[in-house]
Design a protein around this ligand. Structure first.
Ligand SMILES: [Zn+2]
Length: 199
């Protein structure tokens, strides 16, 4: 398969190894993106992280549901395909996104990713929150994110830490999240799929 010209071949001839061979020999077939988000905590609001409503005295303030976990993941995905950020795709001046479910917005971002001929290899997210304890909710968050992205749960990692009482987060004034997304070019075979141009 190496050294082939840009010719029409059947995708069924491809294997995952071929994708990586292309990365070495020809074009870049893997992309990485990072995302970061922070929202302020306020009384009387729902706390939604990774699409899970978590009982707490405070919730995150934002135009949408202020789900920092999903926001960081969306920015990582958009960064990996170099297609801007969530502020551009879902402006907080647009009333359409007032109170929007971030999990629903994530589905849209995943359509952008697949439309760019990439598929998600894995997502890794770190939530930084002084309270509440997030461990009991991590698995549900992973499931929600995986479901929205159409990938397996073992492709999604969500981890939580505190800020050791330091600063804005340590004082319980807000919650932040960081995320990394790794994408690979969508060159895997599909059963009976159409031939495509080799890359
Ligand atoms: Zn946000």
């Amino acid at each position: 398969m190496r050294g082939r010209k840009a010719e029409t071949i059947s995708l069924t001839q491809f294997s995952a190894g071929d994708c990586f061979a292309d990365a070495r020999n020809d074009k870049t077939t893997m992309r990485i993106g990072i995302g970061y988000d922070i929202h302020r905590l306020a009384k009387g609001l729902k706390l939604i992280l990774g699409g899970v409503e978590i009982p707490h005295t405070h919730g995150l303030d934002g135009h949408s549901d202020a789900d920092v976990v999903v926001h960081a993941i969306m920015d990582a995905l958009l960064g990996a395909v170099a297609l801007g950020d969530i502020g551009q795709h879902f402006p907080n001046t647009d009333p359409k996104y007032k109170g929007a479910s971030s999990i629903e917005l994530l589905k849209h971002v995943c359509q952008i990713v697949s439309g760019s001929k990439f598929q998600i290899s894995n997502l890794d997210c770190m939530v930084i929150a002084e309270a509440p304890k997030l461990a009991p909710h991590i698995e549900k968050m992973r499931g929600n994110i995986a479901c929205a992205c159409g990938i397996k749960v073992d492709q999604v990692s969500v981890k939580a830490t505190t800020n050791e009482g330091v600063g804005f987060i340590g004082r319980g004034e807000g919650i932040a999240a960081q995320a990394v997304a790794l994408l690979e070019q969508d060159c895997h075979p599909r059963e009976g799929g159409d031939p495509v141009n080799a890359i």
